[in-house]
Design a protein around this ligand. Structure first.
Ligand code: GRG
Length: 309
């Protein structure tokens, strides 16, 4: 990961001062670097140790960072990674444009690896991520959203980049299609679990630990699994309170909604759904021989469900 960080720093450079300033602002704020870890762990698990793994690990972190810059503008968020978002500090236009810089720099870097399959995986993934965001936009303020449609959004907007990261490790190692798909399956399931937990922490979490504001999803009228499950389990009157909050995107009702969400067990049920996803992820690892990297991937799946930030 130190090598990945070195590549990230080196490739951030631009002759344009504002790009340097904003991209360093967001990258220096840290982040868990989960997606690059997947590239490294899968390539190690399959015996690949060439320098391309550092380049591609940095690529997926750049794509992730570009999506965060864009997402915080779309969501009008003002806190991320424990500090003001780039849009709060530098404005929407600068944030979107620096997101474009990071996204296109990522494409320059992946071309340098000179493997058509790598380009294919990442071109497909970024396209699906954008589709996921647009689907989510279409689902805003819809209290009748089906759980299956919610799951499709999170598979697209979040799990797809986890899937691509895991798959790239396998591609670098020259794995056959079956093995590549098993690695991708782990990434997809882990990413789904990760977003399920992200959505539950928006109700259960603590803003300072999380580094972003809790209750943001409700403010935006985003029908996430904790709310969908609470509506299924609540009384008629309580269901109306949640429906109204989703339709209006209002946050005044947050304390009452939190108590409904808690009392109905919707948060435990969401965490349980995440745990089931990680069981699926771990089953995919049976395709890999035992190794330090494989054990780390098993551990990562536990941490993804237990996490509080
Ligand atoms: C630029 C390709 C491109 C697309 C733009 C806005 C958008 C389309 C996509 C946004 C997708 C998005 C933000 C999904 C949420 C993913 C998510 C769970 C982010 C938080 O990830 P962590 O917790 O963040 O790994 P850290 O801060 O640890 O890096």
């Amino acid at each position: 990961m130190r090598q990945v960080d070195a590549v990230i720093r080196e490739r951030l450079s631009s002759r344009v001062a504002l790009i340097d300033q904003i991209s360093r602002y967001i990258v220096n704020a840290g982040g868990k670097r989960i997606r690059p870890r997947l590239v490294l762990l899968f390539s190690e698990a399959l015996g690949f140790d060439g320098p391309e793994r550092f380049e591609l690990a940095a690529v997926v972190e750049f794509i992730h960072t570009a999506t965060l810059l864009h997402d915080d503008v779309v969501d009008e968020s003002d806190m991320r990674r424990g500090r003001p978002t780039a849009n709060a500090m530098f404005g929407n236009a600068a944030s979107v444009l620096v997101g474009d810089f990071l996204y296109s720099r990522a494409f320059q870097m992946m071309v340098s690896v000179n493997r058509m399959r790598v380009l294919e995986v990442l071109a497909d993934a970024t396209n699906v991520i954008a589709e996921g965001e647009v689907l989510q936009l279409m689902n805003m303020h819809d209290p009748d959203l089906a759980v299956a449609d919610y799951l499709q959004v999170i598979r697209y907007k979040t799990a797809k980049l986890f899937e691509a990261s895991a798959r790239l490790g396998a591609v670098l190692a020259g794995a056959d299609a079956t093995l590549e798909d098993a690695c991708a399956g782990y990434g997809r399931a882990l990413g789904t679990a990760f977003q399920l937990v992200d959505d539950l922490l928006d109700y259960e979490g603590n803003s300072s630990e999380l580094g972003k504001n809790v209750g943001d999803d409700l403010r935006e009228g985003k029908p996430t699994l904790p709310l969908l499950l609470a509506m299924e389990r609540a009384s008629g009157a309580e269901r109306q309170v949640i429906r109204h909050a989703i339709e209006q995107g209002e946050v005044q009702g947050l304390p009452e909604i939190l108590s409904i969400v808690r009392r109905t067990g919707a948060l435990e049920a969401t965490r349980e759904a995440a745990r089931r996803e990680t069981e699926h992820a771990c089953a995919m690892l049976q395709a890999l021989p035992d190794s330090r990297a494989r054990r780390a991937l098993l551990e990562l799946s536990v941490l993804a469900v237990q996490r509080s930030s």
